[in-house]
Design a protein around this ligand. Structure first.
Ligand SMILES: Nc1nc2c(ncn2[C@@H]2O[C@H](COP(=O)(O)OP(=O)(O)OP(=O)(O)O)[C@@H](O)[C@H]2O)c(=O)[nH]1
Length: 320
């Protein structure tokens, strides 16, 4: 093999012509691994991940920059049968996003059987006719080769049943980094030709406040159980560099409010003598500092907004 000629050097002369750009959205039932996959593709933490279901509320875009393409990832909330006004708003947000993107990638965790939740999503997705659909078998590191083979067949079968044409069916593991680049290639192949949509180096066009709020929310969810995750919303009230600091020692002041629905939940978030809130603060502070590259002073308040998930006025105020 050593006498083979070396491969031709890559040419970039016609790069502008062949350049592709566009939008992709990951969907899938709660916990399917959408946020983790977004992060793996972008290479930086942009969407929140949590082992609790349905925590991704904000549409967070991560941007994959390559010489030949720019892939903008839109991370939508999990689609679910709506029970509250918030649920309905979230579902509307999801279907609107689907119709606007070039490709929707449906995530099916390989360690779990295809179920009614997946069927519901693929059925809804079927209504958005024009958008290209790709199936992704996620978390392949958690499945045996036999399970994975069965899973891939089940995905193909679900496509037939629902009259959904999968442009690709791709197995990946975001945490093991396996096939993530291949997935990027396949998604890019579905994009139209066009110039970059965002400046190079930009990873996410989500306002920094929204990312910071997500990080606080993520920290607040650590270790809490049951329905509390659905009842927490975080609003960044104020954020800015502290004046009068030496240039090489900046400090970012962040004031955020954690909203819960009931007094009992307030107690849970604050903890005994404020111990939980303190923990939330220090976890979030480290994450925010790492994300923004600046030391952070974070001050948190907890407020009760009674039944905010059912109240249109409060929903608007909380950004939904
Ligand atoms: N082993 C393994 N775990 C994964 C992988 N991808 C995601 N996870 C885990 O699965 C859980 C859910 O992942 P997320 O990325 O938050 O899932 P999501 O689909 O964005 O979830 P929602 O926000 O609830 O819709 C987290 O605990 C992840 O660490 C993977 O490739 N392998």
């Amino acid at each position: 093999m050593s006498d083979l000629p070396p491969p031709a050097p890559p040419t970039f002369g016609d790069r502008a012509e062949g350049h592709r750009s566009g939008f992709a959205s990951f969907v899938g039932r709660p916990n399917a691994g959408k946020s983790t996959l977004t992060n793996a593709l972008v290479g930086r933490k942009v969407a929140i991940t949590s082992s609790k279901p349905q925590t991704t509320r904000t549409v967070v875009r991560g941007i994959v920059h390559r010489d030949d393409a720019q892939l903008v990832l839109v991370d939508t909330p999990g689609l679910h049968r709506p029970r509250t006004l918030l649920g309905e708003r979230l579902n509307d947000l999801v279907t609107t996003t689907w119709a606007e993107v070039d490709v929707v990638a449906v995530c099916f965790p390989a360690n779990e059987k295809i179920g009614p939740g997946d069927r519901f999503i693929v059925g809804e997705l079927g209504k958005v006719r024009r958008t290209t659909k790709v199936a992704v078998a996620t978390k392949t590191d958690l499945a045996t080769p036999e399970q994975l083979a069965e899973h891939l067949l089940a995905i193909a079968e679900l496509g037939r049943e629902t009259d959904t044409e999968w442009a690709e069916i791709v197995p990946v593991s975001a945490t093991a980094g396996s096939q993530v680049d291949l997935l990027a290639d396949l998604l890019v192949a579905q994009l139209p030709e066009g110039p970059p949509l965002y400046p190079e180096g930009e990873l996410s066009d989500t306002p920094e406040e929204a990312i910071v709020a997500d990080l606080v929310r993520e920290a607040a969810l650590e270790g809490v159980r049951d329905e509390l995750p659905h009842s927490i919303a975080v609003v960044v009230e104020e954020m800015g560099l502290r004046p009068d600091r030496p240039e090489d020692k900046p400090l970012l002041d962040v004031h955020a409010t954690v909203f819960v629905e009931r007094d009992s939940q307030k107690g849970i978030v604050i903890g005994h003598k404020g111990s939980r809130l303190k923990e939330i603060g220090s976890t979030a502070r480290v994450q925010i500092a790492a994300m923004l590259g600046t030391p952070v002073h974070l001050s948190l308040r907890v407020k009760v907004a009674k039944d905010w998930q059912r109240d249109p006025r409060q929903l608007r105020r909380l950004g939904f």
